[in-house]
Each structure stands twice: as C-alpha cells, then as structure tokens.
Design a protein around this ligand. Sequence first.
Ligand code: C2E
Ligand code: MG
Ligand code: MG
Ligand code: MG
Length: 282
Amino acid sequence: SSNLPRIEFLSKDNDEPHQEKFEFTPTATDLSYAIHHKQLVLYYQPQVNMKTGATHGAEVLVRWLHPKFGLVYPDKFITLAEQTGLIGALTEEVINLAIKQNVQWQKVNKSIRLSINISVQNTTSLKFPEQLSKLVNKYQLNPSLIVLELTESVLMHSIITSLDTLTRLRLKGFQLSIDDFGTGYSSLSQLHKIPFTELKIDKSFIAKMGQENESKAIVETCIMLAHKLNMEAVAEGIEDKATWDLLLAAGCNIAQGYYIAKPMPANEFDQWQFKQHILLGD
Ligand code: C2E
Ligand code: MG
Ligand code: MG
Ligand code: MG
C-alpha cells in the first residue's frame, strides 16, 4: 500500500554464473583435501525485511575455490560429502568460517544474523548442539544470531533421529529453518513437533507465482501455514519486482533472491550493506 516505503535495491549485475571452465567431477579425496586446506570459501546472500527493506541477515553459501577449476558450486560436492562421511568436517569448517566472520563484523560494526545450511547427517549426533554452543560461547556470540537451515525433503525421512538434536539446538537458543519447503511432502503432524522458527518456501514456487495461479496459491498457503505455526515466512529466489509485490501482498516477512542481491564474498557484502543503508536512509 502507499504508506509503505518505496524499497529499492542496488543490484544490477546480479546474476551468478554457474559455469565452470572444465567439467569437474570431484572425488572424496579431492574434497577432503579442499576441506582441510582452506579451499572452501563462504558467500553471503542478503535477506531483507519486506516491510522496511532493512537487512535481516544473510544466508551462508559455500563455494570451493579450486586452484585449477575456479569457483565450484555446492551442487557439485554437497551430495558427495553426504555420501562419503565428509559432511561432518565440511559443516564444521563452514560453521567455523561463518562464526569467525561474524566476530569480525561484531568488532567493526555489528554482527549479522547468519543462516547456515546443515545436512540431516549433522543432526544424528547428539554432541552437535553442545559443540555449537561451546563455539558461540567462546566467541561471545548470541546463539539467536545463528539460524540452521535443513532441507524439508531429507528431514522427513529421519525425523525420529533428528528431533532430539533439533530440539536441543533450539533450547540452546539457535534458530531453526525448514528449507525448500513445499518439495518434501512433509507430514504436517510431524512438522509441528520440531521447533522451527522459520519456514523457507522453495524457489521453484516463487519463480512461477507470477505466471501460474497454482504456484501463487501454494506460496500464499505456505505463508499462512508459517504464521499459524508461529514461524516467520521466508521467500528465496525472488528475481523481479513483480514477484516481490505479490509476496509483500501475501504477507511474506523476509525476502532473498537475485532481485535483492546475489550471494557475494564478505567484503562485497559489507559494501552492499553500506550502499543499501544510504539508499534506504535508515
Ligand atoms: P539453498 O539452501 O536452497 O540455497 C539457495 C540457492 O539458491 C543457492 O544456490 C543460491 O545461490 C540460489 N539463489 C539465490 N537467489 C536466487 C535467485 O533469485 N534465483 C535463483 N535461480 N537462484 C537463487 P547455491 O549457492 O548454488 O546452493 C545450492 C544448495 O547447496 C543450497 O540450496 C543448499 O541446499 C546447498 N548448500 C549451500 N551451502 C551449503 C553448506 O554450507 N552446507 C550444506 N550442507 N549445504 C549447502
Ligand atoms: Mg538454504
Ligand atoms: Mg532453499
Ligand atoms: Mg535449494
């Protein structure tokens, strides 16, 4: 409506090219080397409050900076990590890098709410909540600044084993997000047992909501479900203003996507935030 501020975003060159120069099929040995030799780097994609445009946080997205193949995207190595038992070490590295970055941000300005993707394998260890708690305490970070994202599709297969770990994480003050919602056929009676704090609607529905009434209806229903279950509704993969407007009208709380900004290294994220701050005048 007209009393909402006009929200503009800077991003122009906002397409992340998912192209590699060579076809690269990593082995477990390659990936293990990468994890232990600092070849993993973190990109940060802003998430904004839809009513004010203010930065709400960022999603942490891992990339492999390969000396020969360049920037390798997670779709090339996360499944491999999950299948070879490397996901424990990978998640640990991602969390360590993200927390250290947040400590830097806390020193110069303010710490940022970071959403970190974890795999369901990470939730089978009851030690995980305790380890994560120790880590944030060591750096004096508030655990509520860490949001753990779990993909709906895999979660529902292991809800019994994950429930205990996820509940412990929540009790320790971490936030929990159900990612790619709508693609996983979750049983709603199971879903509400896990203390999720946000519901992240899959980008396949967001991408089509402008063209397809069914997708729009699904998105609107997910937003209502989130609110009825006391969760925040997050939309990923917003690529244009038309989609933004539909989501705002549907009451979506938090937005993420190329329309707002692409994922970027920490230093570029700083610049984006600085310019966005001036643009919004907040
Ligand atoms: P996700 O968690 O659903 O992350 C969103 C993906 O959508 C990211 O792809 C992001 O770059 C991309 N994206 C963001 N905005 C847009 C948009 O407007 N349009 C389109 N078409 N795409 C957009 P990315 O970075 O390639 O990551 C792919 C998946 O890999 C993630 O999906 C997540 O499931 C997984 N992943 C990424 N980092 C990690 C990690 O550190 N650990 C684990 N376990 N998984 C990760
Ligand atoms: Mg995610
Ligand atoms: Mg997602
Ligand atoms: Mg996804």
